[in-house]
Design a protein around this ligand. Structure first.
Ligand SMILES: Nc1ncnc2c1ncn2[C@@H]1O[C@H](COP(=O)(O)OP(=O)(O)OP(=O)(O)O)[C@@H](O)[C@H]1O
Ligand SMILES: O=P(O)(O)OC[C@H]1O[C@](O)(CO)[C@@H](O)[C@@H]1O
Ligand SMILES: [Mg+2]
Length: 321
């Protein structure tokens, strides 16, 4: 193998740049050329490919987002799109590919593998919904951003005596909300993986008020069955003691400089991805298991979904006293 490609795909996640840097420099160390593919699978189809040399990735380890940009590509979901992508890889002399992205991107990587192209995936998505790895790149930074916001909201909430509904990202997955609920001191969390009735939410807020708390916090995952505005409306029509305010954290959670944890995770996974390709591994994803970065088959990754640990849900309720 003389030349590999690297791309970022799906939602951007803090730490993607640290991973690109590690891929480029590990490859250079082993005498490989690296082609950077811009805008994920869509950029690959359209041939947006530039060589990345070790100096091109200087000064990016601390930067959020991705210098390669990213995209969601409908065209790549089609057979024709995937054939176009393969033609582009061949045209540019790319013999192996590192795909950095979320669960959807790992499905895309598997599609290329199944068409015979050597691919290694690297999990990067703030959602932490990818099976097989304890953490995906970007999750720790997003959690730190969320908790910083919650700390600030608590200052104002308890000063003026309000209940705050804080909505976190997570399309179909409650991980960020669950952990933010535990470490942010929430009364309750609403997540897609656990049914909760709105009456229970009102009860939890009311209990907080009756216990003499100066504020109440409910963390709601974007993918929860109830819209945050719907929860607010419900609470406002019940005697909960507090005025209600909403904060939707939105894409703020995706930006910012990666934490030390994410930089290290991204770096280790970038190194591992190149070494896996060089070692002849195909159709695998790097994963954090225990203290180690290992590789696991992409086929296994896409067949399962990282389960929410509902012990955290109960922990929130137990600690809200
Ligand atoms: N089943 C699939 N087959 C081929 N390609 C896929 C498949 N699923 C997703 N992809 C490709 O991967 C891209 C990214 O997927 P998606 O939009 O789900 O984001 P993601 O990688 O899960 O990241 P995140 O969830 O963090 O935003 C899609 O736009 C599509 O091009
Ligand atoms: O940036 P977009 O395309 O609006 O996507 C938002 C989605 O991406 C994610 O942030 C994951 O990257 C999800 O949590 C969210 O549902
Ligand atoms: Mg995803």
């Amino acid at each position: 193998m003389r030349c590999i490609g690297v791309m970022t795909s799906g939602g951007d996640a803090p730490g993607m740049n640290a991973c690109i840097r590690a891929v480029v420099r590990t490859a250079a160390y082993h005498g490989l050329r690296v082609m950077g593919i811009r805008r994920g699978f869509q950029g690959l189809i359209e041939g947006e490919i530039v060589e990345l040399r070790p100096r091109d990735v200087g000064g990016i380890i601390q930067r959020g987002g991705t210098i390669l940009q990213t995209a969601r590509s409908k065209e790549f979901m089609t057979e024709e799109g995937q054939r176009k992508a393969l033609r582009r890889l061949n045209q540019h002399g790319i013999e192996g590919l590192v795909v950095i992205g979320g669960d959807g991107s790992m499905r895309g990587a598997l599609a290329l593998h199944q068409r015979g192209f050597p691919v290694v995936g690297v999990p990067a998505s703030i959602d932490n919904d990818i099976w097989g790895t304890n953490m995906s790149i970007g999750v720790d930074t997003a959690l730190n951003t969320i908790i910083d916001a919650i700390d600030r909201l608590r200052d104002t909430a308890s000063s003026i005596g309000r209940a705050f509904l804080v909505e976190t990202m997570g399309r179909d997955c409650g991980y960020l909300a669950l952990i933010a609920g535990v470490i942010g001191g929430a009364e309750m969390v609403l997540i897609p993986e656990r049914e909760t009735r709105l009456e229970e939410v009102a009860r939890a807020v009311m209990d907080a008020y009756e216990r003499g708390k100066t504020h109440a916090l409910i963390v709601i995952a974007e993918g929860s069955p109830y819209r945050t505005t719907e929860v607010a409306k419900f609470l406002e029509s019940h005697p909960i003691g507090f005025d209600v305010r909403i904060t939707i954290l939105g894409h703020i959670q995706r930006g910012g400089s990666p934490t030390a944890f994410d930089r290290l995770l991204a770096t280790r996974m970038g190194v591992k991805a190149v070494e896996a390709l060089l070692g002849g591994e195909r159709g695998v994803m790097t994963a954090l298991q225990g203290r180690d970065i290992v590789t696991i088959p992409l086929e296994e990754v896409v067949q399962r979904r990282r389960e929410a640990n509902l012990a955290y849900y109960d922990m929130v309720l137990m600690l809200a006293r």
